[in-house]
Design a binder for this molecule. Structure first.
Ligand code: KG4
Ligand code: ZN
Length: 346
């Protein structure tokens, strides 16, 4: 194993963030004050589209092909020379092992060559940090709902910045529910944006899909019954009626997911007594979810942080932001980090 460069005190300055946990190769540069100077994202959707989901081996190869160009482009857009970087933040996990390894290896090699600290970032902590990217004044304590392809986690973020888990999904993540629903509706991959687009032409009240509340007061989620309900519904419909009612199916299915997310997020706000809620992760890009959250936050006078769309789905600006917090907190960085596919965050 390589030894870490001597970097016990971080000299505040620009940081490069790198993200390769899944099917996006992303790099971003943050300025000394934390402002986003560049946010470059290359999606592999075309690579995986015909398989209806992500093929891990293809994801790793695609990351290898683009990591260098994406990072160089982030530096170019930021208008900085490599030697002006003072640190590198890279997603360490959770995610696809091979995909993570590409980012981590690249970050370590770069950190070694530039003799600057490299910090491993938990992908979920990256998503959480995205709530502050455009709104550094967003207050603590607050409730943060992380809704992505792999996670549906509700956190209480304490005044000292630490997160306490309030609830999580017991089966599918919200993004998974979107993706699997889209697969059943034959809308392709990734499913969330496809359902979001189609649902705009449908009636969200047309079909009554079940909403699983679990037991009273629970802040956990469950979406597997909803997916099964969609499957049964399709089995009793003729092909013609499936096509005719596709937009209604998408709108009603989406409504069942987003109403539960809104309900539980605000239940968490009420039970913790905070006045601020952030909703982050790929599913927070959903237009219906954003509308419902904004309406509810306005009516209950809750300070809502909904990151701009470019910071909702996977990106490296959020990774750089979380890494910057670690460096500011005195973490020195090390070249001894490894990719950790099942890294947890609670
Ligand atoms: O955060 P993210 O980019 O990657 C993970 O960390 O998983 O989230 C990806 C998930 C996918 O399940 C995708 O279908 C979903 O976010 N997603 C959406 C929308 N955009 C992305 N779900 C609903 N509506 C959207 N507009
Ligand atoms: Zn993510």
């Amino acid at each position: 194993m390589t030894t870490a460069p001597a970097t016990s005190t971080w000299v505040s300055g620009p940081i490069l963030g790198i993200e390769t946990s899944c099917d996006e190769t992303a790099a971003s540069v943050l300025a000394t004050d934390g402002a986003v100077l560049s946010n470059v994202i290359t999606s592999q959707h075309d690579v995986h589209q015909r398989f209806g989901g992500i093929v891990p081996e293809l994801a790793s190869r695609a990351h290898i092909e683009s990591i260098e160009a994406v990072s160089a482009e982030a530096m170019r857009q930021a208008g900085l020379a490599w030697t002006e970087l003072t640190g590198i933040a890279v997603t360490q996990g959770p995610g696809l092992a091979g995909a993570l390894l590409v980012g981590v290896s690249y970050a370590k090699a770069l950190g070694y060559a530039l003799n600057i600290p490299v910090v491993g970032v938990n992908h979920l902590e990256g998503h959480i940090a995205s709530a502050w990217l455009k709104d550094p004044a967003f207050p603590l304590p607050s409730v943060v709902l992380v809704v992505s392809g792999g996670h549906t986690h509700l956190y209480y973020k304490q005044p000292d910045g630490h997160c306490r888990l309030l609830g999580a999904t017991r089966d599918d993540a919200a993004g998974e529910a979107f993706d699997k629903g889209a697969q059943l509706l034959q809308l392709g991959y990734p499913g969330g944006p496809a359902i979001d687009r189609l649902a705009r032409q449908g009636n969200p009240e047309a079909i009554a899909f079940p909403r699983s509340h679990l037991k009273k007061g629970s802040l956990d989620f469950s979406f597997s019954g909803l997916k099964t309900s969609l499957l049964y519904r399709l089995q009793v419909m003729s092909e013609l009626s499936q096509v005719e009612r596709l937009a209604d199916l998408a709108a009603s299915y989406q409504e069942a997911i987003v109403t539960i997310l809104v309900e539980k997020a605000f239940a968490a706000v009420r039970s913790t007594g905070v006045h601020a809620l952030a909703v982050v992760g790929g599913v927070s890009a959903n237009s219906r979810l954003r509308t419902l959250l904004e309406q509810r936050a306005a009516s209950e006078s809750i300070y809502l942080s909904l990151p701009p769309l470019a910071y909702c789905t996977d990106n490296a600006a959020m990774i750089a932001a979380a890494g910057r917090h670690s460096l500011q907190a005195g973490f020195s960085g090390t070249l001894e980090i490894d990719a950790q596919a099942s890294l947890s965050c609670s």
